[in-house]
Write a protein that binds this ligand. Structure first.
Ligand SMILES: Nc1ncnc2c1ncn2[C@@H]1O[C@H](COP(=O)(O)OP(=O)(O)O)[C@@H](O)[C@H]1O
Ligand SMILES: [Mg+2]
Length: 307
């Protein structure tokens, strides 16, 4: 098979966010796949001097394996755009909107996607916490507006837990989101190109899909395809693709849902740079859809170079 490009590729990984460790694992897996396929690829552990690093490495294309702040929020995408280097995945605006749960949920709602009740709360606004308690009620979920990997996320059952949960979330972000707790099955949809590849079901061993449940061995069980009726499955795939499109995402993404009791897929978020280790969820969905990991990596690269 011919290579998608002969250009030198930089696999951007690590970085400065709270998801650094996860990104190093994604980056190592992507780099190995690219090198095994015959690509001229090098690792770049992105620091504050990203521009200098990228210039020195002499790369002509970037495979973005970063997660979280600066990697997933449009910052590195902007830098690469200025430098004239094509990059895998979504562009500046889609990345920035996808990273912010308040902005993206507002947009999902405008597109008619099922979104549970939520409220934005700014640091220092104690009054807003009381309003959220009244309007949303318990149990509720508190999260930083712009984090990932369940960092700073808490399930709250009463006011005595609400304040500490808010305090924790505010450590990561001056703005937090308070959501109604949705009871149901966690399902995630993998998008590649303009296609929903499938939906995987997650059964966390923790009270929710926490950092531990995500990354510790045996932290969760996965079922592909998700064990839901055909009609609900199709509806969830459609919602995943609509969410991807509503943000204007490019290349690939993974969309998180909770399927409520009546089969309604409530959207949680779009991950514009989902985990890319060989055992991460998007690769597992792709595998289930007949696309092995190296082909997934190559297709993501092709979509960036062709687009
Ligand atoms: N509204 C909610 N109802 C029930 N569980 C939720 C809700 N929001 C988040 N969770 C739990 O927290 C996890 C992380 O939330 P998510 O919005 O996907 O943020 P992150 O970017 O940290 O992955 C979810 O996978 C789910 O287990
Ligand atoms: Mg998530």
């Amino acid at each position: 098979m011919a290579l998608v490009t002969k250009k030198k590729i930089g696999v951007l990984m690590g970085g400065l966010s709270s998801e650094r460790e996860v990104s190093l694992a994604s980056g190592a897996a992507v780099l190995k796949a690219l090198v095994d396929l015959g690509y001229d690829a090098v690792a770049i552990d992105v620091g504050r001097d990203a521009g200098e690093q990228i210039r020195k490495a002499g790369i002509e294309a970037a495979f973005n394996a970063l997660h979280g702040k600066f990697g997933e929020d449009g910052a590195i995408q902007g830098l690469l755009e200025i430098m004239g280097i094509s990059c895998t995945g979504s562009g500046i605006l889609a990345s920035a909107m996808g990273m912010n749960k308040i902005v993206s949920k507002t947009l999902f709602r405008a597109y008619g996607l099922p979104v549970g009740p939520f409220m934005a709360v700014s640091r220092g606004d104690r009054e807003a916490l009381r309003t959220a308690e009244k309007e949303i009620g318990y149990p509720l979920v508190v999260k930083p507006s712009s984090e990932g990997s369940s960092v700073g996320v808490s399930i709250v059952n009463g006011f005595e837990q609400f304040e500490p949960a808010a305090k924790l979330a505010f450590q990561y972000d001056p703005e937090i989101i308070v959501e109604k707790y949705i009871k149901g099955m966690e399902v995630q949809v993998g998008i590649l190109g303009e296609r929903a590849l499938g939906a995987i079901e997650i059964v966390p061993k923790d009270v929710f899909y926490s950092y531990k449940a995500k990354y510790e061995k045996g932290g969760s069980e996965h079922f592909f395809p998700a064990r839901i009726p055909d009609e609900v499955y199709r509806r969830t795939l459609d919602a995943g693709l609509l969410a991807h499109r509503s943000l204007g995402c490019r290349g690939y993404s993974r969309v998180d849902f909770i399927i409520g009791q009546d089969g309604v897929p409530f959207i949680l978020e779009v991950n514009t740079l989902p985990g890319m280790t060989a055992t991460s969820l998007l690769p597992e969905i792709a595998q289930g859809a007949g696309i092995p990991f190296p082909s997934l990596v190559e297709e993501i690269l092709r979509l960036a170079i062709a687009g």
